[in-house]
Design a protein around this ligand. Sequence first.
Ligand SMILES: Cc1cc2nc3c(=O)[nH]c(=O)nc-3n(C[C@H](O)[C@H](O)[C@H](O)COP(=O)(O)O)c2cc1C
Length: 367
Amino acid sequence: MTFTFGKNFRIHVFGESHGEGIGVVVEGVPPGLPIDEKMIQQELDKRRPGSSQLVSSRSEKDQVSIRSGVFNGKSTGAPVTLTIPNMDVDSTHYEKIRHTPRPGHADYTARIKFNQYNDYRGGGTFSGRMTAAFVMAGALALEILREQGVNVLAHVVQLGKVKADQEVSSYEISKNVYQNLVRCADVDSIEKMKKEIAQAKADGDSVGGIIECRVIGVPVGLGEPLFDSVESTISHAIFSIPGVKGIEFGSGFRGSSRRGSENNDSLIVVDGSVGWSKNDAGGILGGISNGEPIVFRVAVKPTPSISAPQHTVDLNEMKEVSIVTRGRHDPSIAPRAVPVIEALAAVVMVDLLMRKKSTMHDIRNHN
Ligand SMILES: Cc1cc2nc3c(=O)[nH]c(=O)nc-3n(C[C@H](O)[C@H](O)[C@H](O)COP(=O)(O)O)c2cc1C
């Protein structure tokens, strides 16, 4: 079984956290795209748990193999299949907590939905590990976007209670974000965020966070009216990331307490073309891209598996018990979600670009 997202650029994800491995089949990759293991590996390495105390101690190399769709370093136009094996697997703790679902995790809902046949080891298909497949597909999408002059940048703007002190330029995001483990582009906030995670971990606890993503260089006119608006397709993809609990575009929730006169972006003339006085719309009007960067923010909850004791039910005994979650868990998901959000934003953009190109409007080249 695969889990599928997209229409013209489709990704099919498969695997489990503690099974043989995970992978993705990508349909719609145009022929002739340069693809090699190195470019995919570069993206995977941004997501991989490291050796720092800020991330899980699971030490996966995430070594990608290209299984189909690539010949002589270029895509053939056939589906591209990418896999990574699960190497550093330790399922012992999951046997012990098999009948005591972790609060905040999918253990209980998965057990009921799949009648206890679900692979519960490491969270099975509900594991953050599945997002490595998103990142592999995203590596191809990012390459397609690069050729179109579109760039995707994400960064952590809040970790626990620590908010990034200042607005940063897109240049600062691309320069700083993968140079520090909290994936924050505001260099003055990095140490405070690291402390926030370290303190939570020392308390046997975890913290959530907010990630901002910008898609730059998007042409006017992407997105389909009503059900496949830019907002709905991005949200659909981003809510596939385990632990994501909210999303806002442009001024988002802040905009709801403003007056229209404050919230509206004015149309202006810039070098003979239409431009915008500011970008509170987050680059989207009527579900269609308006030429400004698409800007959205994603709320990620605190990691559910924590080592502090938590209350749950022993489902065999039907009695309330206290559990302590062991194993290797991230004290915060937010930094690790940054390349995953970039990857899925890229997948959505390629899908929308391909859909726009396939409409009559563009085939007949009317403006
Ligand atoms: C990159 C990434 C890493 C994650 N790591 C962990 C982890 O180490 N421990 C954990 O309990 N949850 C982790 N999660 C979150 C759970 O998978 C998620 O909370 C769970 O599936 C329940 O889904 P929900 O939070 O969307 O309701 C991770 C999520 C992501 C995206």
